[in-house]
Design a protein around this ligand. Structure first.
Ligand code: SF4
Length: 252
């Protein structure tokens, strides 16, 4: 079978499955054919390429905002795509929206979001200079952890965001995104922090989720070390100069 015949067969299978599932069709066919054709790729790369040719990040987010591909759409108030500079060299990825994020339709705007803003400022950036997103775009009910199948269903959106933004450094917040981007799903945070990983050519640094940091203030020092590492790697990778000053621990 030639490559184009294989692609047509994959697309046909995909549309048949979609029709049988009764799911709402949220992608344009061309993007879905690409996604379907990627099923043979490395697991970590599958799902990217969902943007239409010429589509901006904002347009992509708007187009998929009515997504009903997993059960999380049933309990959401708002779809939470992400926010920040669509050309950021530094990107943060958390787990999923909380109550306040769900209410406002923006990532990291509750108490843990305020802490994240301070963490970002500590290494010299404003929130407008970075990009922030989550593994899943809809709030898991009761702030439970996202289920593996929900992350799997949603990840094409995040991978497409990363593909469009092309950050130089990706900072993961919490064990779900750390495990995924280090290719070690389920590994404890202590094995993922302090290690510079690589995901599709992008450097990966991991730290605690700000919500966990609020519950465990003793992790502040470790978070600071992680963020200094992220800043160092950012500079090594030639990230654009930031507007703020890097916080000096001696000042406190
Ligand atoms: S979590 Fe992701 S896959 Fe699930 S409904 Fe929301 S946007 Fe769609």
């Amino acid at each position: 079978m030639t490559a184009s015949e294989e692609l047509r067969a994959l697309a046909a299978q995909f549309f048949k499955r979609l029709e049988e599932s009764g799911e709402e069709f949220v992608f344009a066919p061309r993007a879905e054919i690409v996604a379907a054709a990627q099923t043979g790729l490395e697991d970590s790369q599958r799902g990217a390429g969902l943007a239409l040719p010429g589509e901006s990040l904002e347009q992509f987010g708007r187009r998929i905002s009515g997504c009903t591909r997993c059960r999380l759409h049933k309990s959401r108030t708002n779809f939470v795509f992400g926010s920040g500079d669509p050309e950021a060299d530094l990107m943060f990825v958390g787990e999923g929206p909380g109550a306040e994020e769900d209410r406002q339709g923006l990532p990291f705007v509750g108490a843990s979001g305020q802490l994240l803003t301070r963490i970002i400022a500590a290494i010299g950036f404003s929130r407008a200079e970075v990009y922030i997103a989550n593994m899943v775009k809809c709030r898991p009910p009761g702030n439970r952890d996202p289920e593996p199948d929900e992350i799997d269903t949603c990840r094409g959106y995040l991978l497409t965001q990363i593909e469009m933004i092309r950050p130089k450094v990706l900072v993961t917040l919490g064990r779900f995104s750390a495990g995924y981007f280090h290719g070690r799903v389920g590994a404890p945070m202590k094995e993922l922090r302090g290690v510079v990983g690589e995901f599709q050519g992008i450097k990966v640094v991991s730290t605690y989720h700000p919500a966990a940091l609020l519950r465990n203030p003793g992790w502040k020092k470790g978070t600071w070390e992680d963020m200094l590492l992220a800043r160092r790697i950012y500079e090594q990778q030639g990230g654009r100069p930031s507007t703020g000053e890097v916080y000096q621990p001696g000042r406190k």
